[in-house]
Write a protein that binds this ligand. Structure first.
Ligand code: PXP
Length: 237
């Protein structure tokens, strides 16, 4: 079974636009779980334009499915994660000012750093996933970081899906096969949507989890969260 973790950053973005509490981020998280989401993902960025650091303890207490915090492992981020102990922490290499994550780790170049971070998170009982481009040759060094899982960066797949989906999925299949060989769990995320998700899911062996925000929240403007979560879950059957 592939789990659907809903990234609620864009819900927080709307809330933050007016300074009040509409929409109520915490109620949305509760409702998403009630509607069938298997997890809630947040990406607190340093400028706090999405989910804020102060949201984390509240969400930690109310999320009953899998709580995943993603972000760049700065000292402040790591302190926060180790304090609130989500089920999973996804490490992304994006600089503080980035609009969104747009590439995975260079696991060779950042090996010592990632090994230290993974060790620290494991010492707090937190499962670790590292954001990775679909390049099979990165798997050995990803494994050597000590991470439990990789999260495949699916932006390039989504971009090429319509024009040439077989070519688009090929490096993801090759990377997933290698990750399976090395015993790494596989997550995926970025730009997945109602059009491209089924094909991705059908072709990636042992896909543990997808994390979806932008498209799912946008679809919910038309269909509502209840319908939308069901539509995404149906694609993962
Ligand atoms: N995974 C990571 C590491 C991300 O940074 C994001 C975006 O915050 C996502 C998944 C979800 O991407 P999208 O919002 O395009 O669904």
């Amino acid at each position: 079974m592939t789990r659907l973790s809903v990234n609620i950053n864009k819900v927080a973005l709307i809330r933050n636009a007016r300074g009040g509490n509409t929409p109520d981020l915490y109620q949305v998280a509760r409702d998403l779980e009630a509607f069938g989401a298997d997890g809630i993902t947040v990406h607190p960025r340093p400028d706090e334009r999405h989910v804020r650091f102060s949201d984390i303890p509240v969400l930690r207490d109310l999320v009953t499915t899998e709580f995943n915090i993603e972000g760049y492992p700065s000292p402040a981020f790591l302190d926060m994660v180790c304090k609130y102990k989500p089920d999973q922490c996804t490490l992304v290499p994006d600089p503080p000012e980035a609009l969104t994550s747009s590439t995975g780790w260079d696991t060779q170049k950042n090996m010592d750093f990632l090994q230290d971070v993974v060790k620290k998170l494991h010492a707090h009982g937190i499962r670790v996933s590292i954001f990775l481009n679909a390049e099979p040759e990165l798997i050995l060094s990803a494994k050597n970081t000590g991470t439990d899982r990789i999260e495949l960066y699916t932006g390039p797949y989504a971009e090429s899906y319509e024009a040439e989906r077989e070519a688009a999925i090929a490096p993801f299949i090759a990377t997933a096969i290698k990750a399976n060989e090395y015993g790494l769990g596989i997550n995926a995320g970025h730009d997945l949507n109602l059009d491209n998700l089924r094909y991705f899911h059908q072709n990636i062996p042992a896909l543990a989890e997808v994390s979806i925000g932008q498209a799912l929240v946008s679809d919910a403007l038309y269909f509502g969260f209840h319908n939308t979560v069901q539509m995404y879950k149906n694609l993962l059957k």
